[in-house]
Design a protein around this ligand. Structure first.
Ligand code: NG1
Ligand code: MG
Length: 540
């Protein structure tokens, strides 16, 4: 099982490059980082952690409903170098964090201990107050060091019990970050930052023993929530578990599991299908996910959870009085899934999902209300949930920051079920490696995903709709937004021979690209190959 493997650690650059199989300019980046570290801090780094960004090929906004998704790591990544500081001068695990990019100014922070209840916790009467490590993370403003703090948070709380009488102290460090994943572009620079930070703090504190890829994913998921977005685990899984040349099918229910998926034309033996190339094109609309979380991402999390409960009640399925079940669990109960989950080759998930796509009509609102608003108000939603209002608040609202007058249960659930089906279909087409029309079929699924994201999940924007249309007109088999949406990148599926003409056409037709040339252009539109997941390089 890919998730059970240890995190790859290298001690020489030669073996690292051989494994990463990436362009030689990567070598320069690792060296430059180590040299700049020496210049700034007067010594060589002891550890460098790498975590890549990812592109999601299909399966958008369904990871937090616990349905399987199909991302791939990209070559662009975050590197974090660190070295310990003198603990007699910095006895409290102090961190001095620099970033190679001049726009991100140096930041120092020191963990403190604070009484709190754990995040995502239940109702007040069940809350257990524990002392835990604390680092101030500004959730209102996007700050680069928040992601570094998020990684440190998890390492502190997992490995440095605040209750121990003989306190073992976290190691103070100097740290230097560099990255090539564009921020706010749907390529998950945030998860790459959190994974790299979690890994570098684990390494600096000598806590990597027994930490598998799966553990690093789980820690990074928990850590990223500290920045204020209640995300699923797709990005962290792709950044940690991916292997070169394959996409990754990641499932979350009943537990995290990941399997590589070979793309058409990628095996030496395949002849009839041209090789699939994925082109990333940035809409140049920055998606400030953390800043808008209450009205966008987090609201979708609540809408899909409330939809799950209400649909389960409509279907007469069992729901615990205070249970916050997901849409994936609704499908499981509808199809009488065994406790250990359906096996990979079992047809039941697909069959039951098809049924769920029909049953979701039960959530369809009769019509827009008198103000022309669709969806349900909070009062209507509470009533449909069968819960007293206070209880509904505790279970569905108090743990997450959201703001809305209307909640779209029908449209959101419909997107989730149809998208989950498209992921299964995409995987199946990939399994038939050699089919002539494989790329066309994959492209159709990607286009249907874009329509669903745009119309039902409302996570596209005018520029993403325009750019995906231009991409199709320029010869893409399919094109869709990737990541949370509301801006950021599109991913388009192209046959290998068409790459340069495709890029030319897109550059001419998408107005924000018209005057871009050279490096400026290759920063916003580029081909990407599935790359390998996170790793570390420990220098002595
Ligand atoms: P982005 O915005 O690309 O980081 C986010 C979530 C994912 C997933 C996608 C939508 C985070 C860290 N990641 O991705 O878990 O839900 O949106 O499919 O918030
Ligand atoms: Mg992100």
């Amino acid at each position: 099982m890919a998730a059970q493997l240890p995190i790859p650690v290298y001690t020489s650059l030669e073996t690292l490059y051989a494994d990463l199989g990436t362009a030689t300019n990567h070598a320069a980046r690792w060296n430059d980082l180590a040299e700049e570290f020496q210049k700034r801090f007067g010594r060589r780094p002891t550890h460098i952690a790498r975590a890549p960004g990812r592109v999601n090929l299909i399966g958008e906004h369904i990871d937090y409903a616990l349905f399987g998704v199909l991302p791939a790591a990209i070559e662009r990544d975050i590197l974090i170098a660190c070295a310990p500081r003198d603990p007699s001068l910095y006895p409290r695990g102090d961190v001095n964090a620099h970033n190679l990019h001049h726009k991100y100014t140096p930041q120092s922070f020191t963990p403190t201990k604070k009484r709190s209840n754990s995040i995502g916790s239940g109702p007040p009467e069940e809350e257990v107050h524990v002392e835990e490590w604390h680092l101030d993370i500004d959730k209102k403003e996007l700050r680069w060091e928040s992601y570094v703090k998020a990684g440190y948070y998890g390492v502190l709380n997992r490995f440095f019990p605040t209750s121990a009488t003989e306190l073992e102290h976290p190691i103070p460090v100097d740290l230097l970050v560099t990255g090539t994943v564009p921020a706010g572009s749907g390529l998950s620079s945030s998860a790459a930052m959190v994974v790299a930070s979690t890994l570098v703090f684990l390494a600096a504190n000598d806590k990597l023993d027994g930490v598998t890829k799966g553990t690093l994913v789980e820690m990074s998921m928990e850590n990223e929530k500290r920045v204020g977005v209640n995300s699923g685990g797709m990005d962290q899984a792709a950044s940690v578990i991916s292997t070169p040349a394959s996409a990754l099918y990641v499932t979350f229910y009943p537990r995290l599991a990941a399997t590589p998926v070979a793309l058409p034309g990628s095996s030496a033996s395949s002849t009839s299908s041209p090789r699939a190339v994925f082109i990333l094109a940035n809409s140049l609309v920055t998606s400030e996910k953390a800043v808008h979380a209450r009205t966008r991402y987090n609201l979708r999390v609540v809408e899909t959870l409330a939809a799950a409960r209400i649909l389960a009640l409509h279907l007469g399925l069992s729901v615990g009085p205070r249970e916050r079940l997901t849409l994936r669990q609704v499908v499981g109960r509808l199809g009488q899934e065994p406790e250990e989950g359906w096996a990979e080759d079992d047809e039941s998930l697909r069959t039951t999902l098809r049924l769920a796509v029909k049953e979701v009509e039960r959530l369809r609102p009769a019509s827009a209300d008198q103000d022309g608003q669709e969806g349900v108000t909070l009062e209507e939603m509470v009533k449909l949930s069968g819960m007293p209002k206070a209880e509904f608040r505790e279970v569905y609202l108090d743990w997450i920051d959201v703001e809305a007058t209307h909640f779209q249960l029908y449209k959101r659930a419909k997107h989730v079920f149809t998208e989950a089906l498209r992921v299964l279909q995409f995987r199946e087409v990939c399994a038939r490696q050699d089919a002539d029309d494989a790329l066309k079929e994959l492209g159709d699924l990607m286009n249907a995903s874009q329509t669903s994201c745009s119309r039902d999940f409302d996570c596209s924007c005018a520029e993403l709709d325009q750019l995906t249309k231009i991409a199709r007109d320029a010869g893409a088999y399919g094109s869709r937004l990737t990541g949370a949406g509301w801006g950021g990148c599109t991913v388009s599926l192209i046959a290998e021979d068409n790459v340069s003409s495709f890029i030319e056409k897109l550059t001419a037709a998408y107005p924000p690209y018209n005057n871009l040339k050279g490096d400026a252009l290759s920063e916003v539109i580029f081909a990407t190959k599935p790359s390998s997941g996170a790793c570390g390089m420990w220098l002595s």
